[in-house]
Structure formats: structure tokens, C-alpha cells
Write a protein that binds this ligand. Structure first.
Ligand SMILES: *Cc1c(COP(=O)(O)O)cnc(C)c1O
Length: 468
């Protein structure tokens, strides 16, 4: 498999060449040259275990590994010891025809573990092969940071420097990150907002010489390997609710940076009979606005609301460019023009262009949810069967219900467990969320973090001393 950039100016590369990268050198996103069709393989794939299925999917996209080598890395990752059960991603039925694919039984209780755990293994192996070190610099509002730290902790040749907004995460999320005592993990609490954290990462990252000298890298949601690892569970979800391959299944996905639902789009392009892909947003409805109106209008910092489903509080969807690349017939010139329009006018509009027909044919649709919806959905589900939905998953379930089609099973993706967002759960049902045994009392563990002002100079000096 060859990889290209959505902006068309990257020499063709292989999976391992792009593994450690974020943006392509021309400012675009890395995409495979084509999506392999697997229609005829589906009956055979149906009976595979999660790890076997992951191997089938990954070997189409990462064919520059020895098959046995790739298999070893995948088998080490998708185990009951790490993901809590043989099935890795269990399915439950919320009501007749509405299913929940549980993706958050990994070590940090959010779906990001499914990709990040594999990334940890792939990165360590790739760095050893190259004889290089990597210092991962990132910003988090909660879930990404802990998934990355837990996936990379104790691994050789890498260090993680994770910025988080001081005092703005839930106590549980803070404890998950700050209680890690591994020497290669550095938590940096910034006196400011998540946007300030991101600006600091950008300020450091735009200094190309500094970045190179200190081997800085990222594990953000545009990393291609993360996307492809997520494709696997759409297949698993499909097989567990469709009786045979003639049936369609709809998926509803709580979305922020468009990484999770993009993986569903790729599965659909590969021939998985997904009917509709429904994007659920919160009050930050950039994506819902696009799918309703054709207008993609990125928000400025102050226009991004702080909500009770914080992992979906985004002002632009960083993976969206990969989808638009497909919509414009994979023409990099068209992508460059649209993103030039974003750079100059903060928006583009596909409504009155030939591309709007391709969006209509894509199977995508969307909806939004707000705080009151979230609370009502969590409460109603708890009253029905005692199940506690996390606020992001509740946004998905609310939107999924609005998009039910007669005779078509709907799968909503669970993106996190309720315990990470106790305050909202208390507001909805007046009690504490259930807590898996491994997490009892984590708030009382000693915490290890640096506390910095929102100042690039202080961060730069810290990296100079502590980066590998
Ligand atoms: C990251 C995250 C999302 C958003 O996923 P994207 O891939 O960015 O669209 C939704 N819910 C939770 C709990 C998350 O951690």
C-alpha cells in the first residue's frame, strides 16, 4: 500500500514511513492510495476473533511488515488482560434494534485505548528499528492524554510531555494522568485553558529547528495508524448485529475531530454494508452544520463552548480533510482550494457545487445534542435498565434514536465510561457512577506534575532539559 497526501505534494510512502508522523510535509493529511474492497471476504471474516480481524484489516494497510511480525504485535495488544474481555468490544442492546458497541473497556476507559495501545507497540518497535528516540508533545482536555500516557509508559526510546489545563479536568481524569509515576511520563499542568495548551504545542511545533533537534513528535488524532486501528471495530460491530452480509447496519458516532467516524467511512468504502453513518455532535456543531447545510465553518476560540461532553468541544474537525478528499474525487487541487478558503474566510460551502451530490450519496447524516438532552438521556437509560451512559455516549444515543429506520439495526458507539465524568452523572441521576475495581481510590494516590504559566519559553527550557 502506498500513501499520499490530501494536498498532493508528498512523494508516495509506505505505512512505516508515515507511522510516526502527524501532518504530511505539504500540510495535508496522509491517506492510502486506495481502499481495498473486501466484500467477498466478509463471510470468512465474520467468525474471526478481534485480534484475527485486526490482523486482516491491518495487513491490507501495513503490508510493509512481515505478516508474522505484525501478528505478534497485534496479539500482544488485543488481549482480555488489557481490554477486559475475550470479545474486546462487547455489544449490548439498549432497546430493540438499538445497540451499544462498548469501546471503552481499555486501561483508561475511553475508546482511544483501542488505537493508542497498538500505537505504543508499533512506535516502540519502529524507533528501535530506526535507532531513534521520540519525545511526544501533546495537549489534552482529558481522554487523549491519559490514553497516550498509559500506552507509552515505560517504553524505551520515548518520553511523553502532556500539557493539560490546570484545574479544568475532572478529578478522575486528573488522577488517571498525574498519578503515573513512570520516568518517561511528564505531566505539565498549564495555568490556562485547553486552547492555551494547544497554542503552546503549536508554538513549539512551528519552530522546525527546535523540533528536529529535540526529536519532537505527536500522537494526535490525525495519525494514520490510529485511524486504521479504529476501522476494525466497525467490522466487529457489524458482524455482531447483522445476520448475514445482505443486511445493512447504521452506526451513530459521538464526534469531535472526526477520527472515529472517519474509520466507519473507510470500512464502508471497503465494502462493509453500512447504511448510514450518523455524526452526533454536542453544542459545538461544526459537523452537524456541514451535513445539514453544506457549509463547513470553523469556529474561533471564543466561539467554542465548554460543555458537559468536553471531548467533543472542538472548533474544527482535524480529520475532516480526509473525508473531503474522497468527496472531491480525490483531487488534491480541489482540497487545496477548499482549505485556502478556510485559511482566508474560515469556511467553505459545498451546497451549490457538484460535490454536494457526493455528500448526499455518502450515507452520512447528523444530529446534535445539548446539556439538557444529555442529562435526560442518561436519566432515562438509568431508569430503564440501571445502565450509566457517559455524557458523550449519551449524545450519541440521543441522536441515534432520532435516526432509527424501520428494519435497520442501529449501533451507537460508546466512547467512554461514565466514571470519568462523575459530575454530570450526579446531576442526571443523583448518585456516583460505578467504578471498576482497578480505579478505586485513585484520587488519593500521590500525583506527579509540573505546573507552568502559559509561556512557551518555560516549556522550551523544560524540554531542553528533559527530552531524550
Ligand atoms: C475523543 C473522544 C470523542 C471524539 O472522537 P473523535 O474521533 O475526535 O471524533 C468523543 N467522545 C469521547 C469520550 C472521546 O474521548
Amino acid at each position: 500500500m502506498q500513501y499520499l497526501s490530501t494536498r498532493g505534494k508528498m512523494p508516495p510512502a509506505r505505512f512505516r514511513d508515515v507511522l510516526l508522523e502527524g501532518l504530511a510535509p505539504d500540510g495535508g493529511l496522509v491517506v492510502p492510495a486506495q481502499y481495498p474492497r473486501v466484500d467477498s471476504l466478509l463471510p470468512r471474516w465474520r467468525g474471526l476473533s478481534y485480534a484475527q480481524l485486526a490482523l486482516q484489516v491491518l495487513s491490507l494497510y501495513a503490508d510493509d511488515y512481515e505478516p508474522a511480525h505484525l501478528e505478534r504485535m497485534i496479539r500482544r495488544t488485543y488481549t482480555p488482560a488489557i481490554f477486559g474481555s475475550e470479545s474486546i468490544t462487547p455489544m449490548v442492546e439498549l432497546e430493540p434494534g438499538l445497540h451499544l458497541l462498548q469501546l471503552s473497556n481499555g486501561p483508561t476507559l475511553a475508546f482511544k485505548d483501542l488505537a493508542m495501545q497498538l500505537l505504543g507497540v508499533l512506535f516502540e518497535e519502529e524507533l528501535a528499528r530506526r535507532g531513534e528516540n521520540l519525545n511526544i508533545l501533546g495537549a489534552t482536555s482529558g481522554d487523549t492524554g491519559s490514553a497516550a500516557e498509559v500506552a507509552m509508559r515505560g517504553r524505551s526510546r520515548m518520553r511523553v510531555f502532556m500539557l493539560s489545563p490546570y484545574g479544568r479536568m475532572s478529578d478522575f481524569q486528573r488522577a488517571q494522568m498525574y498519578s503515573l509515576q513512570d520516568e518517561n511520563i511528564f505531566n505539565i499542568a498549564i495555568e490556562g485553558s485547553f486552547d492555551d495548551c494547544q497554542d503552546l504545542v503549536k508554538a513549539i511545533g512551528s519552530d522546525v529547528a527546535f523540533k528536529r533537534e529535540h526529536h519532537l513528535g505527536a500522537v494526535n488524532s490525525i495519525n494514520w495508524a490510529r485511524i486504521v486501528a479504529q476501522v476494525v471495530y466497525y467490522f466487529r460491530g457489524y458482524f455482531s448485529v447483522a445476520r448475514d452480509e445482505s443486511e445493512q447496519v447504521d452506526f451513530c458516532v459521538p464526534s469531535g475531530n472526526f477520527g472515529n467516524v472517519l474509520a466507519g467511512w473507510i470500512a464502508r468504502q471497503m465494502g462493509l454494508p453500512i447504511g448510514r453513518l450518523i455524526v452526533a455532535t454536542n453544542e459545538n456543531d461544526v459537523l452537524d452544520e456541514f451535513f445539514r447545510t453544506g457549509r463547513y465553518r470553523v469556529r474561533r476560540g471564543a466561539e467554542t463552548y465548554v460543555t458537559s461532553s468536553p471531548s467533543m468541544d472542538i472548533s474544527k474537525a482535524s480529520n475532516f480533510e480526509r473525508f473531503i478528499f474522497d468527496i472531491v474525487g480525490r483531487d488534491p487541487g480541489a482540497v487545496r482550494e477548499l482549505w485556502w478558503s478556510i485559511d482566508t474566510q474560515a469556511c467553505f460551502d459545498l451546497k451549490h457545487t457538484p460535490f454536494w451530490g457526493a455528500v448526499a450519496a455518502s450515507g452520512f447524516s447528523s444530529g446534535r445534542s445539548n446539556h439538557a438532552d444529555r442529562i435526560a438521556t442518561i436519566r432515562a437509560q438509568f431508569e430503564r435498565d440501571g445502565r450509566m451512559l457517559d455524557p458523550h455516549t449519551a449524545d450519541g444515543v440521543k441522536v441515534a434514536r432520532e435516526h432509527r429506520r424501520a428494519g435497520v439495526p442501529m449501533v451507537c458507539l460508546e466512547t467512554a465510561q461514565a466514571v470519568k465524568f462523575a459530575q454530570t452523572i450526579r446531576e442526571a441521576i443523583g448518585r456516583e457512577p460505578e467504578r471498576p475495581a482497578a480505579f478505586r481510590g485513585i484520587e488519593e494516590l500521590p500525583q506527579r506534575y509540573e505546573r507552568f504559566a502559559s509561556d512557551p519559553e518555560q516549556l522550551r527550557q523544560f524540554l531542553q532539559v528533559h527530552a531524550l
